[in-house]
Design a protein around this ligand. Structure first.
Ligand code: PLP
Length: 449
């Protein structure tokens, strides 16, 4: 069969059988689907042999590139032992070793690891743990949550309940528990910039906590970088203040590091940038180098101890997933963390980030570039209709989508967030690869705007 007929056959089957996430299928089915066949380093290759830079780390999770011998080996080695066994009442070797490693590398105070299989399930676990923590301690009025405007924590019901992006979440509101929403400090869209954005967030939080802390279990936050809202970077010091306020008012702090974890922001975890130790922390995506679906929720001794009791006291955390602590996933996560250490990858991010910043410097002057936001290797470029007034493009203009499609024609994959063009390259990208990717990104923006 020729390559063209293989492609056409797969494209027909794709249309016939697959329902894609976050995708209007009517629109998608009228386009030529991109069908990936293999990957090598930071490149992905489609079934027709075309090469693309993975400019968004396959939705922000790839760390070392694709088809990495050390990671492949970790999986095949574990595969020769056992692919899966449960954590219900028993353990497995890689799950134990990874738990120890995670406790060593995460912020101080986090001492226990509860596994799951996606960022969203990790968030569900954090929410349920926070809720039951207060329940077990007899403070049963503390049962609501605080989240931030435009927050995204995944797509399961609990995660959507603390989500605050109307486009994704509003439809489901009758199914959800309600949460308090405070403003996220979005300096670009706040009169007075970073300082006043930060003050608005902290004032709202302070007021809420002063009035209602006895009814609030926890605050959940995407630390330092709010991802899905458009790679919005928090002003310096804000996270530390949020953490201090939560502590003062006895409200647990849940750090959702699903997107920011494992080096992407320039520190191992975004919380490290401000010396914040949350009560609960969720990691996923980059945990396995982006290879297999493993997530983890980490808790402090204080949280753990509230569940630690005789069985009859009914303080057990009744939660689990079939694949909790999957040995293949844990083995590849261990191998990924080992490689990160050996190659000093987190330490390298600041040099990589400076190179990208330098390459993107000129964009700031372009007519339709409102703001270039960057924290480490998380970059968002907000396109605007009018630079002076910061007037946003209408969502029907689809500027982000059009720019991404142009980038794809030029040989780089990314996925936009509204009018924000996203660039989140794998940590393993070389200087030459980063330079090539930023050139494509800039050309795509230039061509579309
Ligand atoms: N939390 C954050 C901050 C995220 O960015 C995401 C995904 O993008 C999630 C949670 C959900 O993770 P998953 O897609 O693995 O369920």
């Amino acid at each position: 069969m020729s390559v063209t007929s293989i492609y056409e056959r797969l494209a027909d089957m794709n249309k016939a059988y697959l329902w894609h996430p976050f995708t209007q299928m009517k629109e998608y089915n009228n386009s030529d689907p991109l069908i990936i066949e293999r990957g090598e380093g930071v490149m992905l290759y489609d079934i027709q042999g075309r090469a693309y830079y993975d400019g968004f780390s396959s939705v922000w999770l790839n760390v070392h590139g694709h088809n990495v011998p050390e990671l492949n080996l970790a999986i095949t080695d574990q595969l020769g032992r056992v692919a899966h066994s449960t954590l219900l009442g028993m353990a497995n070797v890689p799950a134990i070793e990874l738990a120890e490693k995670l406790v060593q590398i995460t912020p101080e105070g986090l001492t226990k690891v509860f596994y799951s299989d996606s960022g969203a399930t990790g968030v569900e676990i954090a929410l349920k743990m926070a809720f039951q923590y207060w329940y077990n301690r007899g403070r049963r009025g503390k049962k609501t949550f605080i989240t931030m405007n435009q927050a995204y924590h995944g797509d399961t019901i609990g995660a959507v309940s603390v989500g605050a992006i109307p486009l994704y979440h509003a439809t489901f509101s009758p199914m959800l528990f309600s949460s308090h929403v405070i403003p996220y400090p979005y300096a670009y869209r706040q009169d007075g910039g970073a300082k006043s954005a930060s003050e608005a967030t902290l004032a709202a939080l302070r007021n809420l906590l002063e009035e209602q802390a006895d009814q609030i279990a926890a605050l959940i936050v995407e630390p330092i970088v709010q991802g899905a809202s458009g790679i919005v970077v928090m002003p310096q010091g804000c996270l530390r203040e949020i953490a201090a306020l939560c502590r003062r008012h006895e409200v647990l702090l849940i750090a959702d590091e699903v997107a920011t974890g494992f080096g992407r922001t320039g520190a191992m975890f975004a919380c490290d940038l401000e010396g914040v130790s949350p009560d609960l922390m969720v990691v996923g995506k980059g945990l396995t180098g982006g290879y297999l679906p493993v997530a983890a929720t980490l808790a402090t001794d204080e949280v753990y101890d509230a569940f630690y009791a005789d069985y009859g006291e009914q303080k057990t955390f009744f939660h689990g997933h079939s694949f909790t602590g999957n040995p293949l996933g844990c083995a590849v996560a261990l191998a990924s963390l080992k490689l990160m250490e050996e190659r000093r990858m987190v330490q390298g991010v600041s040099t990589q980030a400076s190179l990208v910043a330098k390459k993107l410097e000129t964009l700031a002057d372009w007519k339709h570039v409102g703001e270039v936001r960057q924290q480490g290797l998380m970059i968002g470029i907000e396109l605007v209709q009018d630079k002076a007034s910061r007037k946003a493009y209408d969502w029907t203009d689809r500027m982000g989508v059009r720019t991404s499609l142009r980038a794809r024609e030029l040989g780089m994959l990314t996925r936009p967030l509204g009018n924000v063009v996203v660039f989140i390259p794998p940590l393993a990208s070389t200087e030459a690869e980063l330079a090539a990717m930023t050139d494509i990104l800039a050309k795509a923006i230039w061509d579309v705007t």
